[in-house]
Structure formats: C-alpha cells, structure tokens
Write a protein that binds this ligand. Structure first.
Ligand SMILES: Nc1nc2c(ncn2[C@@H]2O[C@H](COP(=O)(O)OP(=O)(O)OP(=O)(O)O)[C@@H](O)[C@H]2O)c(=O)[nH]1
Length: 261
C-alpha cells in the first residue's frame, strides 16, 4: 500500500481557523467540539491506514467568468492566469491536509458556469458535503444568481444537509466603498443561504488559503460528527463514491459531452 507523501506545512491545521468576520458567518465557535477532538486523538493514536483517511467532496458553482478556476488554481497550484479559458464540464483537484492531528483530504470540484456545459457539471454534484457558490464582486448580477446555483446544487446533490459557502471573488477590483457595499449585500445573501461569506482575490491571493483552511477544518468536524452518529462507515463510503466519481469522469463516454453541448 505504501505511504502517502507528507502533507506540506501550510496544510497542517492545528488551530480552528476563524471565519471571515462576525457578520459573515452563522457559526462563531472558536474551537472544534470536545467530541471532535477526542475522536481525532483516538484516530491519530490508532494510526489508521492512509487509504481509510477522511475525505470530503466540495463542489464549486457559479456563473461563467466569476473566477472559480482561478480560485482553485491559486489555492492548489499558487498560480493566477489573466486569460479566461472556459471550464468544459468539470475537473477536480485533491488537496491533502492534516487537521487536528489526522490526515484529511478535500476534493475540490471545479464546474463549468456556461449554460451549455451545465448538464455535464451537475452530474457531479452528487455526494458533495460542501457547496461553494461563487460570485464576482465586481458584477453584482452574479451575486443574485448564486441563489439559483445553490438550489440546483442542493437538488442534484441529494444530501440531507450541506456546508454552504458564498465566496465573492476579484476583491482586488473594488474600491473600499464598493467593497463595503457589496459585502453587506453578500452577507445578507449568505444568511439567507444559511452559509458563510468570504471575500477573496485569486489575483492577489487575499484570503484564499484562509478560506480553504476554514472549509477543511469545518468539513472534518462535520465528517467526524456524522461518523459518530451513523457509524464509521459513512466517510469511508463517501470516499469510495468519490473514487468512483473520478473513474466516471475519466471513463464516461464522450457522447455525453456531445449530447449535452
Ligand atoms: N482581477 C481579478 N481577476 C480575476 C480574479 N479571479 C479570476 N479573474 C479573472 O476572471 C476571468 C475568469 O476566471 P475563471 O477562473 O476562468 O472563471 P470561471 O468562473 O472558472 O469560468 P467558467 O469556467 O466559464 O465557469 C479570468 O480572466 C481571470 O483572470 C481575481 O481575483 N481578480
């Protein structure tokens, strides 16, 4: 089976990461629950094989051109491209973390915002524990559309509950006043979605790794608590379904793309 490569230092999360701000989140706690910490200590002591480690699926949705791919690329590869290249269908990256002492992987699915590719992308919403709805802070219409993106993602996903994030990108393009106004509107939308708001810039890197660290820490806790409720099989079953998603993505016949588009 072998050992996985070590997790890079900036993916080791020992302290519960803060949210974007007190008004941006419904969840203001400052640490993992005692149950989560006890469970993590227990798992770390048992040193479980890496192929049975916890994994969560996050899907990133939103209008075309809002900056979904750039956000993921900034976090996973630390690059930023100025030129727009539309995502065709879906793609994903896996980022490995160590959270509260245990290995944890976040699978981040980048989906196409273009209408003609939507039917490919929505087939991959299934099994997502985290839904990240993205809008462009310099294009207020894209904020209005996040409601629709979230409801479609929830419908296709079929999960009972999800962790919801509303992310405003391109914060570097706004003046202080514009940013303040847009953030106020976005925080209202996030509250309506029962989600958490973040403002980021893939160009400058502002808040990108803080955001994904927060997602990883919250998702790990959610997974641990679900396991405690539903038996240890939950996250392993989920990891298996994620693996089969990858196989599906690679093997799905080309005709699906041509039928859709
Ligand atoms: N100034 C600025 N431009 C950005 C930022 N993020 C993305 N962009 C630009 O916005 C355009 C679209 O970015 P993408 O990440 O490709 O958008 P997308 O949402 O993935 O688009 P689809 O794949 O069509 O759904 C590109 O030209 C990027 O350079 C940012 O933080 N600041």
């Amino acid at each position: 089976m072998g050992f996985p490569p070590p997790v890079s230092k900036d993916r080791v999360i020992t302290k519960y990461p803060k949210g974007y701000g007190p008004q941006a989140s419904l969840q203001l706690k400052e640490d993992w629950s005692l149950q989560t910490k006890a469970s993590c200590q227990d798992r770390a002591a048992r040193n479980q094989p890496w192929d049975r480690q916890k994994m969560s699926k996050a899907v990133v949705v939103g209008d075309l051109n809002v900056g979904k791919t750039c956000l993921i690329n900034r976090f996973c590869k630390d690059v930023f491209h100025r030129d727009y290249k539309a995502t065709i269908g879906v793609d994903f990256e896996i980022e490995r973390f160590e959270v509260a002492g245990i290995p944890f992987s976040l699978q981040i699915w980048d989906t196409a915002g273009q209408e003609k590719f939507k039917c490919i992308a929505s087939a991959y919403y299934r099994g997502a524990q985290v839904i990240i709805t993205v809008f462009d802070m310099a294009d207020i219409k894209s904020l209005d559309h996040t409601r629709q993106w979230l409801s479609e993602a929830m419908r296709e996903n079929e999960a009972e509950s999800c962790l919801v994030y509303l992310v405003g990108t391109k914060s570097d393009l706004l003046s202080v006043e514009e940013r303040q106004r847009t953030e106020e509107d976005a925080m209202k939308m996030a509250a309506e979605m029962q989600g958490e708001f973040w403002a980021v810039s893939a160009k400058s890197g502002e808040n990108v790794s803080e955001f994904f660290s927060r997602v990883a820490a919250v998702a790990l806790e959610d997974t641990v608590l679900r396991d405690a409720e539903g038996g240890a099989a939950t996250s392993i079953a989920q990891a298996n379904s994620i693996r089969s998603d990858r196989a599906d993505l690679e093997e799905r016949p080309k005709e699906m793309k041509s039928n859709c588009c």
